[in-house]
Design a protein around this ligand. Structure first.
Ligand SMILES: [Zn+2]
Length: 369
C-alpha cells in the first residue's frame, strides 16, 4: 500500500525536529528555532566551549600593562582586596571557580575582545604586590586567580562592533541585570564598557560571544578540566606518634605539590590498595600522596615520582605506621594483621614508574619485616 503523508504526520515530523532542535540548542540559547539552524544540528553549534552545569564565565576588562612580569595579561586575574574606602569592591573574584572561563577585553586603544582562558585556581589573598600595579599601587593585600590555556583570537573583535551588532539583546539583558560588562550611557542609552574590572557573563551574553566567534571562525581549544583538591583541605603537617609496640615516630607530611597532583591525576585519585576514589561535594576528587621513603626527619626521602604512591586516608595512615606494605619481590600487599582483607592480595593497579628501592626501603625499615 502506498504510504500517504497526512497533514498530521507532517506536523508530527516537524514537531519531532523542533523537539530535537530544542534539546540540542536550548541548553544555552533562548532564541526561538529558525529553520536554517536545523542544518547545523550535526555540525558544530558551539564555537566557544559548551558549559558544564557548574561552570561559569566571567569577563575581564583591563589594559595591556595588567600588573607587569609574572602578572601578565592572560595569565591571571588580580585586584586589591578592598578599595581605598575599605569596600570589597572586587568581591566577584571570590565567585570564580576552578575550570570557569574568562573572556578577555583589552583597551588598546579601543576595547577589543582578544582572548579566552580557563581558571586554574580560585582566588588567593597575597601580601605581595605585582611589579607594576599602576592605579592599584599601595593597596595591599591583593587577591589573585591563576589562569591557563589562554586562547588568543587571531583577529580581535572590537567591542563597539559587538555593541552595534547585538544592541537589542544587550539592552534587554541590561534591563534584567545591571551587573554586565557594559552600561547604558546618557539619554541616548548608548552601550558603553562598564569600568568594573571583572563582570559576570550569563548564558545570553555568552551566546552572543559564541555568535561573534562563529562570525570570525574563532574556535578555541581547551583540554579536559583539571581536578585537584585545594591545598587547604589537606593537613600540611601532622605529627603522629606511632604505636609504642613499634617504637618509631612517623611524621605525616602531606603536601599538595605539582608532582603529587600529577601522580594523583595520572592514577585517577584511586587508592592503590583498595581502589577507593573519594568524591567531594564539589565533584573534586580527594586522594593523598604517600612518600614511601618519608620526606621528613632523618629519612629525607626524595620527592620524585618513583617514591610516591596514591592512597586513601585510611591506607595512608597504615603505610605511615607500617601496618601495611607492598612486598618489593612479589608486589603483593602485606599486612601485619594476616586477617586483613588486603593481605597477600594484588594491588588495585600496577605501576611501572615506582622505584623498587623505595618499596624496599618502606618494606624493610617502616613495615619492619
Ligand atoms: Zn585505600
Amino acid at each position: 500500500m502506498k504510504k500517504r503523508y497526512t497533514s498530521t504526520s507532517i506536523a508530527q515530523y516537524w514537531f519531532a525536529q523542533w523537539c530535537l532542535w530544542s534539546i540540542i540548542e536550548n541548553r544555552h540559547f533562548s532564541t526561538p528555532p529558525i529553520p536554517e539552524t536545523l542544518g547545523v544540528i550535526f555540525n558544530k553549534v558551539y564555537m566557544l566551549p559548551e558549559l558544564e552545569y557548574n561552570q561559569s564565565v566571567f569577563i575581564e576588562i583591563t589594559n595591556p600593562i595588567h600588573g607587569g612580569p609574572g602578572w601578565d595579561f592572560g595569565t591571571c586575574l588580580w585586584s586589591p582586596v578592598q578599595d581605598k574606602g575599605g569596600r570589597n569592591r572586587w568581591q566577584i573574584l571570590g565567585d570564580v571557580k576552578q575550570n570557569d572561563f574568562v573572556i578577555h577585553l583589552l583597551k588598546d586603544p579601543d576595547y577589543k575582545w582578544v582572548g579566552i582562558s580557563k581558571v586554574e585556581s580560585k582566588v588567593k589573598s597575597l601580601k605581595s604586590s605585582p611589579p607594576n600595579p599602576t592605579d592599584w599601587a599601595d593597596m595591599a593585600p591583593y587577591q589573585r586567580i591563576d589562569l591557563y590555556q589562554y586562547n588568543p583570537l587571531s583577529e580581535s573583535a572590537y567591542v563597539n562592533n559587538i555593541f552595534n551588532s547585538y544592541t537589542e539583546r544587550l539592552v534587554e539583558e541590561y534591563k534584567k541585570d545591571k551587573s554586565q560588562f557594559y552600561t547604558l550611557y546618557g539619554e541616548e542609552k548608548e552601550l558603553r564598557i562598564q569600568q568594573r574590572y571583572l563582570a559576570p557573563c550569563n548564558n545570553e551574553i555568552y551566546a552572543i560571544f559564541n555568535e561573534v566567534s562563529k562570525s570570525i571562525s574563532f574556535s578555541p581549544s581547551f583540554s579536559e578540566n583539571i581536578i585537584h583538591v585545594p591545598t587547604v583541605n589537606e593537613p600540611s603537617y601532622a605529627d603522629y606518634s606511632a604505636p609504642s609496640r613499634k617504637d618509631v615516630n612517623v611524621s605525616r607530611i602531606i603536601r599538595d605539590t605539582k608532582l603529587s597532583r600529577k601522580v594523583k591525576e595520572t592514577y585517577n585519585w584511586k587508592c592503590q590498595i583498595c581502589g577507593m576514589q573519594i568524591v567531594l561535594p564539589t565533584y573534586d576528587f580527594y586522594a593523598e600522596a604517600h612518600h614511601l621513603i618519608p620526606l621528613g626527619g632523618n629519612y629525607n626521602g626524595p620527592d620524585v615520582l618513583g617514591n610516591l604512591i596514591i592512597l586513601c586516608p585510611n591506607h595512608h595512615t597504615e603505610f605511615d605506621y607500617g601496618s601495611i606494605a607492598i612486598n618489593p619481590k612479589t608486589m603483593l600487599i602485606e599486612h601485619t594483621d594476616k586477617r586483613n582483607i588486603f593481605h597477600n592480595k594484588n594491588l588495585n593497579y600496577s605501576r611501572k614508574d615506582l622505584d623498587l628501592s623505595s618499596l624496599k626501603y618502606h618494606y624493610e625499615n617502616i613495615f619492619k619485616k
